[in-house]
Design a protein around this ligand. Structure first.
Ligand code: HEM
Length: 378
C-alpha cells in the first residue's frame, strides 16, 4: 500500500420546464469506474502544509500499527491510531475546525451543486447524485458486525468503488474532491454526508441534523459487495437490507421518499428516467404519484421497471412499487402521500441516523447534532 494512499485521510428548486423533464440518459465523457484520486497537498496553504506534515506523521503511526495488525478488527484500531494522530496534527497546525468552518464547506457545496445548470447536467442540479453518494457511503452498515457505514469513506477505494450499485458515483466523488482540495482538513466521510445534507436542504427539503467526526479509513475496510439494495427485488429483500442497518418498516418507506429527487441512468444502473415531474425538488410527490397514477410494466429492451400509463415519462423501480403492494409499507406510504410535513419529519430523522451509521460515539466532535444554515438563510 503506497504512502500516498494512506495520506488520504438550488436553492429551492422551481419545477423544471417540460423539456427538462423528458428522459435523458447522461453520458459523461469522463466516465470512469475508478476510485477517487487522492488529494495532493501541493495546493494546500501554509497552515494546511503544516497540517499535512502532521497528518503524514499521524499516518505513519497508523501504518506501523497497520503492518503490525492484519485482521479487520485490527484495521479499526489502526484507524483509531490514525485518528488520534490526526487530532494531534490538527493541534500542531493550530487549527481545529469550528462549526463556522463546516458551514463554509456547506456553502461551497451549494455553489458546486448549482454548477450543474451551466454544465447542462441532468435536471440542473448535482444534488441528487451527491445525495446518492452520501447514502451509498452510509448504507453499507451491518449492525451485527458493526462494520460499514459512513465512518471510513471506503468507496474511495477499489473494490468498493467498482461495486455495481455504485456505478456513476464517480461523478459525485469527483465533485466532492474539488471541495476537499479547498478544505483539506475535512474527512471524506464528513464531506460526503455534509453533501447529502446540503442536497436535501438546498432542494427544498427539511433540515437534516448532522455533526462531524468521521475519519478516513483504509482500503482493507471496504465492505463486501451486496450490502446495498437491489432494485429488481421485492419486500423481503428491502427488509433484509434495511433491518441489517437497524431500520424498521416505517423508516424504510420514509427513506425511499428520497426518490422524489433525481433519475435513473441507463449507463449507471441500467434503469431509465425520473420518479417525479420535479426531480430537483424535495416533496412528497413520489408518494402521491405512487397512488395517483396507474403504473404499468414498461415494454423496452432494459431491466423490468414500471412507467406511468398517462405521460409515460415517469418510472418506478420494482422496489419502489412494493411500497404500494406490501400491507405494512403501504400504510406508511399512504400517510406520507397525504401529509408532507409528517414525511419531512420522518425523513429528516431517518436520514440523519443513516448518515451516522458506523461512527463510534466517541468520535463525534459534539454531543449535539448541528443544523447547518441553508443558502436562503445566509
Ligand atoms: C430502497 C432501496 C433503494 C433502491 C433499490 C435504490 C435504487 C436506486 C437506483 C437503481 C437508482 C438509479 C441510479 C442511476 O441509474 O443513476 C437510484 C437513484 C437514486 N437514489 Fe436510490 N435506491 C434506494 C434507496 C435510496 C435511499 C434510501 C436514498 C437516499 C436517502 C436514495 C437516493 C437516491 C437518489 C437521490 C437517486 C438519484 C441519483 C441521480 O439522479 O443521479 N435511494 N436509486
Amino acid at each position: 500500500m503506497s504512502f500516498s494512499v494512506l495520506r488520504t485521510s438550488f436553492r429551492r428548486a422551481a419545477v423544471p420546464p417540460a423539456a427538462a423533464r423528458t428522459s435523458k440518459a447522461f453520458r459523461s465523457p469522463a466516465f470512469r469506474k475508478y476510485s477517487t484520486e487522492v488529494p495532493k497537498p501541493e495546493g494546500a496553504g501554509k497552515s494546511n502544509a503544516a497540517l499535512f506534515a502532521g497528518l503524514g506523521l499521524a499516518v505513519v503511526g497508523g501504518v506501523g500499527f497497520w503492518i503490525y495488525s492484519s485482521d479487520s478488527n485490527k484495521a479499526k484500531e489502526a484507524g483509531t491510531a490514525v485518528r488520534s494522530g490526526v487530532q494531534s496534527a490538527k493541534a500542531a497546525a493550530n487549527f481545529t475546525p469550528t462549526k463556522e468552518d463546516y458551514q463554509k464547506v456547506y456553502d461551497r457545496i451549494v455553489e458546486i451543486l448549482d454548477e450543474a445548470s451551466d454544465a447542462d447536467y441532468d435536471d440542473g442540479s448535482y444534488g441528487p447524485v451527491v445525495l446518492r453518494l452520501a447514502w451509498h457511503a452510509s448504507g453499507t452498515y451491518d449492525k451485527d458486525t458493526n462494520t460499514g457505514g459512513s465512518n471510513y469513506a471506503t468507496m474511495r477505494f477499489e473494490p468498493e468503488a467498482l461495486h455495481g450499485a455504485n456505478a456513476g458515483l464517480n461523478v459525485a466523488r469527483t465533485l466532492m474532491e474539488k471541495v476537499k482540495k479547498e478544505f483539506p482538513w475535512i474527512s471524506y466521510g464528513d464531506l460526503w454526508t455534509l453533501g447529502g445534507v446540503c442536497a436535501i436542504q438546498e432542494l427544498g427539503g427539511p433540515k437534516i441534523p448532522w455533526r462531524p467526526g468521521r475519519i478516513d479509513g483504509f482500503q482493507e475496510q471496504c465492505t463486501p459487495d451486496g450490502r446495498l439494495p437491489d432494485a429488481t427485488q421485492g419486500a423481503q429483500h428491502l427488509r433484509n437490507i434495511f433491518y441489517r442497518m437497524g431500520f424498521n418498516d416505517r423508516e424504510i418507506v420514509a427513506l425511499s421518499g428520497a426518490h422524489a429527487l433525481g433519475r435513473c441512468h441507463t449507463d449507471r444502473s441500467g434503469f431509465d428516467g425520473p420518479w417525479t415531474f420535479s426531480p430537483i425538488t424535495v416533496s412528497n410527490e413520489y408518494f402521491r404519484l405512487l397512488f395517483d397514477e396507474k403504473w404499468v410494466w414498461r415494454k423496452w429492451n432494459g431491466p423490468k421497471q414500471l412507467q406511468d400509463a398517462k405521460s409515460k415519462t415517469l418510472m418506478m423501480l420494482p422496489t419502489d412499487y412494493v411500497l404500494v403492494q406490501d400491507k405494512s409499507f403501504r400504510k406508511f406510504a399512504e400517510q406520507y402521500a397525504r401529509d408532507q410535513d409528517l414525511w419531512f419529519k420522518d425523513f429528516a430523522n431517518s436520514v440523519s441516523r443513516l448518515f451516522e451509521l458506523g461512527v463510534p460515539t466517541s468520535q463525534w466532535v459534539s454531543s449535539e447534532q448541528w443544523i447547518m444554515k441553508s443558502s436562503d438563510e445566509n
